[in-house]
Design a protein around this ligand. Structure first.
Ligand code: SF4
Length: 110
């Protein structure tokens, strides 16, 4: 009976520790995304998505749905938007994109 209670106590303690660590892990991942090096527009994935550091430099003929009001800072995939000139992006883990940048995966932030 004492063993059963001890086992139960360890289970509760383990679950509690995990619950305490999870928010820190999420914050750490967000921080890593925001602290990464700046995305090189010549990066293969960046080029494939037509990424530009400046939304004003996007070729509207190639991307007819693009509008200069669209940028990384108001994109749903941005991480840490509004915290400076460079922000994280879900599509480019470990890199930073220009808050005034754009790529063809842009989706309006909700
Ligand atoms: S997905 Fe959004 S935040 Fe990421 S590079 Fe493209 S426009 Fe910028």
């Amino acid at each position: 009976m004492a063993n059963c209670s001890r086992r139960k106590l360890f289970k509760i303690a383990g679950a509690g520790s995990l619950a305490l660590l999870l928010p820190s892990f999420v914050q750490m991942n967000t921080a890593l995304a925001q602290d990464g090096e700046q995305l090189d527009p010549e990066n293969a994935q960046a080029k494939a998505l037509g990424y530009k550091h400046d939304t004003n430099e996007v070729d509207n003929a190639a991307y007819p749905t693009h509008d200069v009001s669209q940028n990384c800072a108001n994109c749903q995939l941005a991480q840490g938007a509004g915290e400076g000139d460079w922000i994280g992006c879900a599509l480019f883990p470990g890199k930073q994109v220009a808050s005034g940048g754009w790529c063809s995966a842009w989706v309006a932030a909700q």
